[in-house]
Each structure stands twice: as structure tokens, then as C-alpha cells.
Design a protein around this ligand. Structure first.
Ligand SMILES: Cc1ncc(C[n+]2csc(CCOP(=O)(O)OP(=O)(O)O)c2C)c(N)n1
Length: 616
């Protein structure tokens, strides 16, 4: 059936009885494809029936379905004309792993970061009202994304505005990792014994009355609180709450949605699903199969990991080691214990570990509070997600000069997750903040020492490091202080000097070898600190040559090279400066090596750009 569905129109031709079989086909296609490409498996498997039922019942794309984060949308892609291109998912030039407006008219809102769906859906509902149209708007959000503050901001605003919109709360009792927080406990309470059966009976009664009496019944019911759950969080926000219902019973889902579609005002339908549904390895280990690389479909085994430690692993071991001799160190993650490597810290120091949910802004201010009282908080958040906490970094941490350490994993180009996830803005968004130092280690040993240095600094400090394996460097037995604000010469040169930072240092070194083959003698400096900038080393470099090249995997605007340019301009130093990095465009998805090549900041690209520049 699946391959004949080019759009939801064809889906509607399928008999309701055959929908369970169609869902099996969708799962099979998702599992076989993702086993070859890697991707977000567990969440998409769990949301298969919800998505199929939505496209079956609603008139998409006229009716708008907005997915939160959109990592669960593989069934949506398969049902909306992307069956043929599905094999290209997440690859360079292929379809995105997330919703993307330019990819399909069915992708009503692009996402990748959490907790945006309710706000966007409300905006669409209001726009519809203003245009006097009658399309439906549905937001699909899982329990994890409900922990993000923006979801509550949207809920309370939606309750106030009162526009028609439906929120499907996909409750799989998991985030990437185990569920944390009070909201989870609240949802769990709703899932007590027989909850689904009781709720279904109640809901049946409610929907029948609605169908008979019309919209007025909602007001009456809300006032009397007879059919719905009294005191419910959503009810108090002005929503009509229905559920919980079994989100894998597709026929029931279709039945309920057909009736929910007619309800007025904001509605929450609480749907219970299982993460990884239909693929035993993912059902057993939903966290491991949340997002993963290539795997063997039959056994579920993933490819052997590289023997070289990743930056995340090195950070993970280092923070545990440092914390074992310093009881003031506490660690904060925003729902990413495995991704950031803080899982080891959690297991070793459960009382000094805080998973705050998908709440980056709160994580930072929470850390600021702990720092006020003498603790040494280490906040580990991916570069891209820390964007969510910008004001908190400025206003709550740096303005008060509090010693909070930010560990920005996945800085630079991250690969297949694409533009929503590349950590290519942090140097620009952090460099302009007073009191904040920024270290960009060039290898995993430097990362370890950077962490040690930052923790002893007594002031705010950000360390940014890339996704993936380190360089296989030997780790120092003892932690060493990185000389504050100092870069280091890796190689002296005559014709030109490259000042590189972070993971572009070694490609720059390699580029110097390629240039040496053309008789261009190049010096290379590992900047280490993006702030404060080592101006002495820049002056030294300019003594040997007036040609200076900066390399970074950050956007050029406001980045590391821009900082060097500011210094040269402020001091009125005359020289030739070439800044290599990311131009003023969003970086697409694709394998990291391919992307660095396309951006011209791999070794070959650096050498090529320098050669062309020298010719000019
Ligand atoms: C702002 C932000 N922070 C962190 C993430 C990383 N992230 C992606 S999915 C996810 C968990 C989502 O949990 P849930 O909403 O329950 O969805 P599920 O995968 O369980 O369906 C997290 C933390 C993100 N995408 N955006």
C-alpha cells in the first residue's frame, strides 16, 4: 500500500480496517532505511499511528499539522510524497530528517529545536481566524518537549486567545533519556491503572454530548468539571483535555480524531505510545535507538564505534575525575545526559547532577544561582541549544561575573542533522559578552586541560568542541593549566601565518604541508583562546609576514577572524588578512567531511583558498 501513496489523498482511499497493515509497512520502511542512513528511529516508530491517523482524518495540507522538534516525522514524510526520496534522508542533497518548509507544502513549520510547535500552531490558528478561513490546526508534541518553557508560554496564550486548535500530546514516558521532572510525574499519575479505559468511557460521553448540544457544552462541562479531570493543568490553562487514549490503536485514533476535529476552542488530546514501537531492540533500549548511526536491521547491532575517544567521552571522563577531588563541582544538563557525556557524572555523583528537562534558559540561570552560593556549576549544552539561553548567559551569569562553566559540545558543523543543529554561531554570540572567556581546544587533550583551567578560573568561561572522534592524542596524566589567553606556535613560517582555532587547527597544519609543496612557507598558530585574544602572538606573526589567515568553523560574521580583524583595525596595523570560515549562509545537512570540503575549510580547501588569495 505504502508505495502507492503519493499524497494523503491516496491514504484516504484505504479502508480503515487496512490501516494497521499500512502502519506495519511504514515501520518496515523506516527501519530498513534508517538502518542504512542512521537517524531518529525510536520517536518516529512510536508516532506512526498518530501521524497516519492525522493524515487520514484531516485535510492536509489545507489543515495544518505542526510537529514539535519534528524528529518523529518519518511516517509523515512517507505519506506526503517522499516515499521515493526517503532513502536520501539526512544525506547531503537529500531530504531532511526534520520538517522543512521548502521541502514540502505538508511541512507547515520547520523545526529541529524543541518546544516550538504550540507557539507556531497558535500563530497559524490566529492567522486563519484573521483571514476568516476554516482550516484546522493541530500541534503534535511529546512529553519531553512539554518541559520547555516556551510550551507553557504558548499554552497560557492559547487559553487566553481561545482559537480553535488541537494539541496531540504524545506521551511515551521518555525523553531521549529517562523522563525527569514534575510534569512527568503528573502525566504518570494520569496513566494509573485502567486510566485509558476510564478515560475512553468519559470521553465517549463528552463527545456524544458535544455532538448533540454543540460547542456550548464545553463551557458547561468546564464550569461543572464533571466529565473532565478536575484541576487539570491543561484545563486551568483554558484547554479542553481529553484522554489518555492508546496511540497505537489506529482505528480508535481515527474515530476519536474525527470527533475531536469538530470541537471548538483549544483542545489537548493525551495519547499514550511506546517509544521504539514495533522494533524490539528499540523498544528495549529507546535511548540508544533515539538517534543512531547505521545498524544491522536483523540484530539491531550498531556499527563498531571508533577506538579513538570522542570529545564527549573525554569531557565525560575529565569532569568525573575533576569532581572526585572537588566537591563544589556540580553538573547541569538540559535533557541530554548521554549526548553530553554527563551520564557518567550522574551515575557517580547523583546528588550533584541536575537534568532540568529541555529547559536551557532555566539551566543557565539555575547554574547562576548555584554559583552565587559558592558551587562550581558546569553546564553542558550543545552549541546549537545554548542559543536558547542567550539572555540568561548575559544577564544572569556574565553581568554578575559568576563562575559558571559552559561546555558547548557539537560546536561547528555537526553533519546529518543539518542546519537546525550546526553549532556554527557560538563564537559570534559569545564573543561580545563582557567577562566571558572562550576556549576552543584543538584536540581532546587540550579540551581536558581547558576544563581544568576553566573550573579554576573563578569567572564565566565557555569551552566549545566539536562532534565526533578526537584526534587520538595521548592524554596527559595530570591536568595542566592552559596559559590564560595564550595561543601557541605549532610551526613557524615565512610567507604567511595561519591563526586557527578549535578543530580547524589540524586541517590548517595539513594545509601548510600542502602549501609547502608549492614552496609557500606557512606558519601555524593554535589560538586556543578566542577570548581573550592572544594579541602578542598576532604581533609576533606579523613580524615575520604581513599575510595573516584566520580559520574557524563558525560564521565569519562576528566570529574568531572578525575578532582578529577588530584588533588589527583598532591598533591601525596594516597587513593582509584573509578570514576563512562559514559565509553568511546556513550550512546544509550532510556528512561532516563533505560539508567541511564544501565550505572550503578542510585542509585542501584552506590550501586552495590561500593559494587563490596570494595570487590576488
Ligand atoms: C532546544 C532543544 N534542546 C534539546 C534538544 C534535543 N532533543 C531532541 S529530541 C529531545 C527529547 C524529546 O523528548 P520528547 O519530546 O519526549 O520526544 P520523544 O523523542 O520521546 O518522542 C531532545 C532533548 C532539542 N531538539 N532542542
Amino acid at each position: 500500500m505504502l508505495k502507492n501513496i503519493q499524497s494523503p489523498k491516496h491514504l484516504k482511499d484505504i479502508k480503515k480496517e487496512l490501516l494497521p497493515k499500512l502502519c506495519e509497512e511504514i515501520r518496515e520502511k523506516i527501519i530498513s532505511t534508517i538502518s542504512k542512513t542512521g537517524g531518529h528511529l525510536s520517536s518516529s516508530l512510536g508516532a506512526t499511528e498518530i501521524i497516519t491517523a492525522l493524515h487520514y482524518v484531516y485535510d492536509t495540507p489545507k489543515d495544518k499539522i505542526v510537529f514539535d522538534t519534528s524528529h518523529q516525522t518519518y511516517a509523515h514524510k512517507l505519506l506526503t510524497g517522499r516515499y521515493e526520496s526517503f532513502d536520501t534522508i539526512r544525506q547531503y542533497g537529500g531530504i531532511s530528517g526534520f520538517t522543512k518548509r521548502e521541502e514540502s507544502e505538508f511541512d507547515t513549520f520547520g523545526a529541529g529545536h524543541a518546544s516550538t510547535a504550540l507557539s507556531a500552531a497558535l500563530g497559524m490558528a490566529v492567522a486563519r481566524d484573521k483571514k476568516n478561513q476554516n482550516n484546522k490546526v493541530v500541534a503534535v508534541i511529546s512529553d519531553g518537549c512539554m518541559t520547555g518553557g516556551m510550551s507553557y508560554e504558548a499554552l497560557q496564550n492559547a487559553g487566553q486567545i481561545g482559537s480553535d486548535m488541537t494539541v496531540i500530546l504524545n506521551d511515551n514516558q521518555m525523553f531521549i533519556s529517562n523522563r525527569v521532572g514534575a510534569l512527568g510525574a503528573f502525566l504518570t499519575k494520569l496513566l494509573s491503572k485502567n486510566a485509558i479505559q476510564i478515560a475512553e468511557n468519559k470521553m465517549e460521553g463528552f463527545l456524544k454530548r458535544f455532538e448533540f448540544w454543540g460547542a456550548g457544552i464545553i463551557r458547561v462541562v468546564k464550569r461543572a468539571k464533571v466529565l473532565l479531570f478536575p484541576g487539570m493543568l491543561f484545563e486551568e490553562m483554558g484547554f479542553t483535555y481529553l484522554g489518555p487514549i492508546d496511540g497505537h490503536d489506529i482505528k480508535k485514533m481515527v474515530d476519536v480524531l474525527e470527533r475531536v476535529k469538530k470541537l471548538k476552542g483549544p483542545v489537548v488530546l493525551h495519547v499514550v505510545t511506546k517509544k521504539g514501537k514495533g522494533y524490539p531492540p528499540a523498544e528495549e533500549k529507546p535511548t540508544a535507538y533515539h538517534g543512531l548511526g547505521i545498524f544491522d536491521k536483523e540484530t539491531g547491532k550498531t556499527q563498531k564505534k571508533s577506538t579513538v575517544l570522542s570529545y564527549t567521552q573525554v569531557f565525560s571522563d575529565a569532569i568525573v575525575k575533576l569532581a572526585s577531588t572537588d566537591s563544589k563541582i556540580v553538573a547541569v544538563t538540559a535533557a541530554m545526559p548521554e549526548g553530553t557525556g554527563l551520564d557518567k557524572f550522574r551515575d557517580k555523583f547523583p546528588n550533584r547532577y541536575f537534568d532540568v528537562g529541555i529547559a536551557e534558559g532555566h539551566a543557565v540561570t539555575f547554574a547562576a544561582g548555584m554559583a552565587c552560593e559558592g558551587l562550581k556549576p558546569v553546564v553542558a549544552i550543545y552549541s546549537t541549544f545554548l542559543q536558547r539561553a542567550y539572555d540568561q548567559i548575559i544577564h544572569d551569569v556574565c553581568l554578575q561575573n559568576l563562575p559558571v562553566i559552559f561546555c558547548l559540545d557539537r560546536a561547528g558543523v555537526v553533519g546529518e542533522d543539518g542546519p537546525t543543529h550546526h553549532g556554527t554561531f557560538d563564537l559570534s554570540y559569545l564573543r561580545n559578552i563582557p567577562n566571558l572567556s572562550i576556549i576552543a581546544p584543538s584536540d581532546e587533550n587540550e579540551l581536558r586541560n581547558a576544563l581544568y583551567t576553566a573550573i579554576n578560573l573563578g569567572a564565566p568561561c565557555a569551552i566549545r568542541y566539536p562532534r565526533g572522534a578526537g584526534l587520538g592524542k595521548k592524554l596527559d596524566e595530570e591536568f595542566k593549566q592552559v596559559p590564560f589567553g595564550q595561543g601557541q606556535w605549532l610551526k613557524k613560517g615565512k610567507n604567511l601565518n595561519i591563526l586557527a582555532c578549535g578543530n580547524r587547527v589540524y586541517p590548517a597544519l595539513k594545509a601548510s604541508e600542502l602549501l609547502a609543496e608549492k614552496n609557500i612557507n606557512v606558519g601555524v598558530i593554535d589560538a586556543r583562546f578566542v577570548k581573550p585574544l592572544d594579541t602578542k602572538i598576532i604581533d609576533e606573526a606579523l613580524k615575520t609576514s604581513k599575510n595573516l589567515v584566520t580559520v574557524e568553523d563558525n560564521v565569519l560574521i562576528g566570529g574568531f577572524g572578525a575578532g582578529v580583524g577588530e584588533y588589527l583595525s583598532d591598533k591601525n596595523i596594516k597587513c593582509n588578512l584573509l578570514r576563512l570560515g562559514i559565509k553568511d549562509k546556513f550550512v546544509p545537512q550532510g556528512n561532516q567531511d563533505i560539508l567541511y570540503g564544501k565550505l572550503g575549510i578542510d585542509a585542501k580547501g584552506i590550501a586552495k583558498q590561500i593559494t587563490a588569495w596570494l595570487k590576488k
